[in-house]
Design a protein around this ligand. Structure first.
Ligand code: BTN
Length: 227
């Protein structure tokens, strides 16, 4: 059984959960609100009342850094299962957004701790829009409430999310939600921007693309699906 903590408000559950590191036990931490929610690439993550803000601290016996993407894929699958359980059909936007009809419904931020060349532990942070107001994001985000007649509470969704996280997943389940594969995408790599076709996601998490007949794999980039 994993220990579960719930706090009314913290700056960021990903940061707060570090205080549990010395105990070296897996733990899940929910916050009702985050006052300084963190997104990827140093961005912030809007975390008002009504959403799920969850960090899970997981320790590993023998996790090679080459397998880091499996952690991300599993977190994304857990979110997809939770949404599907409520009758919502999600899609994964590589590498770590979960979307519904092109709008972001969840974000994932994973922070790994290394020790002797291995991943010793991960802080797996998941933010899921349930009933929180996302209107400030100007139409790029969506919450569960706007998609359902009888939406569950953030607490119910959080519980389901943790249960889904506890069930193992295979990489194929991640891929089955990556609907954009085979489509044209816009890629932004630093200053450079170009169009390409998304071919497949490799087991190490790199996105293989075809750019004007040249095939190569991206390890990090920002993609836009469609135009
Ligand atoms: C992203 O979309 O850029 C990632 C967002 C990750 C948000 C979650 S909410 C719980 C955890 N605590 C944080 O500060 N961030 C993650």
């Amino acid at each position: 059984m994993m220990k579960i903590e719930r706090l009314p408000s913290v700056p960021s559950t990903n940061d707060y959960i570090r205080k549990y590191l010395p105990a070296r036990e897996n733990i899940a931490l929910f916050a009702d609100v985050q006052t300084a929610g963190k997104g990827t690439k140093g961005r912030s993550f809007l975390s008002d009342m009504g959403g799920v803000y969850l960090s899970i601290l997981v320790f590993y016996e023998d996790m090679a850094p080459a397998n880091a993407f499996r952690i991300m894929a599993h977190a994304a699958v857990s979110v997809c299962r939770t949404l599907e359980g409520c009758g919502i059909s999600p899609e994964i936007k590589w590498p770590n957004d979960v979307r519904v009809s092109g709008k972001k419904i969840a974000g994932i931020l994973i922070e790994n701790g290394l020790r002797e060349g291995k991943i010793d532990h991960s802080v797996i942070g998941i933010g899921l829009n349930v009933k929180n107001d996302v209107s400030a994001l100007g139409g790029i985000a969506v919450n569960m409430e706007s998609l359902l007649h009888d939406p569950p509470s953030a607490e119910e969704v959080g519980k389901a999310l943790l249960e889904n996280f506890r069930r193992p997943s295979a990489f194929g389940e991640y891929l089955s939600h990556a609907h954009f594969l085979g489509n044209r995408i816009r890629v932004r790599e630093g200053e450079e921007e170009y169009f390409a076709t998304a071919r497949r996601i490799l087991p190490d998490g790199r996105l293989e693309i075809d750019r004007g007949g040249k095939v190569f794999a991206l390890s990090s980039a920002e993609i836009t699906i469609g135009n």
